[in-house]
Design a protein around this ligand. Structure first.
Ligand code: BES
Ligand code: MN
Ligand code: MN
Length: 464
């Protein structure tokens, strides 16, 4: 693998230009107006896997968007790595806050990325990170450095809950059989502080609808005498946290795993500056559950957040009205052991029970999934750790993330294999936000590090 650095140096511009082409296609899975583009992106991924040396590349049809599968089996006695990623992206809005158009990728320098970063929706989540694997494979196949078997499974519905993948996986267990699943769809601490994600939170996502009077009312004629659904909804939402920011839903914390003092002390060793954190977000104070640090609040503790709230008049000027209905979208991030279906049920029962008689409440569950913790005492983690050591010159720090990739728990259930999360994004890369970007350094470093994972995983598998 000694030539991986020079291979990347020689192909750097090609690698960047190809990713830029991929980023130009607006593959927004949430919005059916982009269906054609999502399908075009699937074609792009399919072709790129063929060019990278994959065999049996196919567009696997599902009830939703297709899953791209490809493989390179060099010897059935060798281990098999299954790479997962997603080619769909989040919607780009609010579009007016982008400094350059979301689907016209440009490379710009930033304070954190002095070598430049590619600005585009999906640059980091997940097209850039998924494409690192395609290019790492291209390097390995074209230079005779592929040490084991590899399978690729790239989906187009991750950002909307991976429904079709959950349909596909149990139906294709043999095809997808593997020794380890490798995913780059998370982050690391900083470009000089590599880390490996060892946990993902689960998720329960619900929408609530509060209905008051059967029509919108004049807020003078009726105001004060009839329940205002927006007032009621905001009061109900406010009651979901107590003065210590604990969630008030009965039973919510029942299965939450409490970390030991030692585990928390270990976590607290990870480099973190609260001052820089606040500065980067332009806030004067952080906020969260009493008794826990910022890093604990955003990884090992469950949360409840309103993601959107609407109703009534929000247009220009003023309209005096009491709306008939008010709505909110609420997400709960869950920790391992909390069952997302159970939590959804608890939320529904509680939210309905706290509704005053003056309104009607409907809770609609959206999607969800289980959290995940990756073990660090197995060869997959050791191989990943050695890979980062080789290319970063530093041992990576294991760190639990607050984000969710619900399909990972399903992989373990259906395919009986562990997942290793080698993410190369940074929290400041603004995924799901305007001005999402991915460092050129991170992109190339990912392509460099991935082949070493294959090498060490194969070597460590032989020793077993
Ligand atoms: N790649 C993210 C998840 C992520 C990002 C995990 C950074 C850890 C660190 C993924 O695409 C995502 O956005 N997941 C959703 C859940 C999904 C069901 C819509 C999330 O976490 O909100
Ligand atoms: Mn992602
Ligand atoms: Mn995402």
């Amino acid at each position: 693998m000694s030539n991986v650095k020079s291979y990347i140096e020689n192909n750097k511009n090609k690698f960047l230009n190809e990713l830029i082409e991929l980023l130009k296609i607006p593959s927004i899975s949430a919005d059916s107006a982009y269906k054609k583009d999502v399908l075009l992106t699937a074609d792009f991924v399919l072709e790129s896997l063929k060019k990278a040396g994959c065999d049996n590349v196919e567009m696997c049809e599902t009830p939703g968007y297709p899953i791209i599968y490809g493989e390179k089996i060099i010897n059935p006695d060798l281990p098999t790595v299954l790479v997962y990623g997603h080619y769909d992206v989040q919607p780009a809005d609010p579009i007016e806050l982008w400094t350059s158009p979301p689907f016209e990728p440009v490379i710009k320098k930033t304070e954190i990325h002095p070598e430049g970063a590619i600005f585009a929706r999906g640059a980091c989540d997940d097209k850039g990170q998924m494409y690192m694997h395609v290019k790492a494979l291209e390097y390995m196949t074209s230079t005779g450095n592929l040490p084991c078997n590899v399978k690729f499974m790239i989906e187009g519905e991750e950002e909307v809950g991976s429904e079709s993948l959950a349909w596909f996986v149990p139906r294709n267990k043999e095809k997808l059989a593997n020794d380890v699943i490798l995913i780059s769809d998370t982050g690391m601490i900083a470009n000089d502080i590599p880390s490996i994600t060892t946990g993902l939170r689960g998720l329960s996502y619900v929408e609530v609808e509060v209905t008051g009077p059967n029509r919108d009312l004049h807020s003078g004629l009726y105001g004060g005498a009839v329940a205002n659904p927006i007032n009621v909804l905001t009061k109900m939402i406010a009651s979901l946290h107590d003065e210590n920011n604990h969630i008030t839903i009965p039973g919510f914390y029942d299965n939450v795993e409490e970390l030991s003092t030692e585990e928390r002390a270990e976590m607290a060793k990870a480099p973190f500056s609260l001052e820089n954190y606040k500065k980067a977000l332009n806030i004067d104070a952080v906020d969260g559950e009493k008794g826990y640090s910022t890093n604990e609040r955003n990884s090992i503790r469950p949360t409840l957040d309103v993601n959107g709230i609407w109703g009534g008049y929000t247009g220009e000027g003023a309209k005096t009205v009491i709306a008939s209905k008010a709505y909110a979208k609420i997400s709960m991030r869950l920790v391992p052991n909390q069952d997302w279906k159970e939590i959804t049920e608890l939320f529904k029962n509680h939210f309905e029970s706290i509704a005053p008689k003056s309104v009607k409440v409907v809770v609609k569950p959206h999607h969800g999934g289980q959290g995940y913790v990756t073990p660090i005492d197995n060869i997959a983690y050791q191989a990943a750790s050695k890979a980062y050591e080789t290319t970063f010159g530093k041992t990576p720090i294991p760190q639990r993330s607050g984000g969710s990739i619900p399909i990972v728990a399903l992989f373990e259930q259906e395919l009986k294999s562990k997942t290793i999360l080698m993410g190369f994004g940074l929290d400041s890369d603004a995924i799901h936000s305007p001005n999402e970007h991915f460092g050129v350094f991170n992109y190339l470093k990912g392509i460099e590090t991935i082949p070493y994972f294959y090498k060490y995983f194969t070597e460590l598998s032989k020793k077993k």
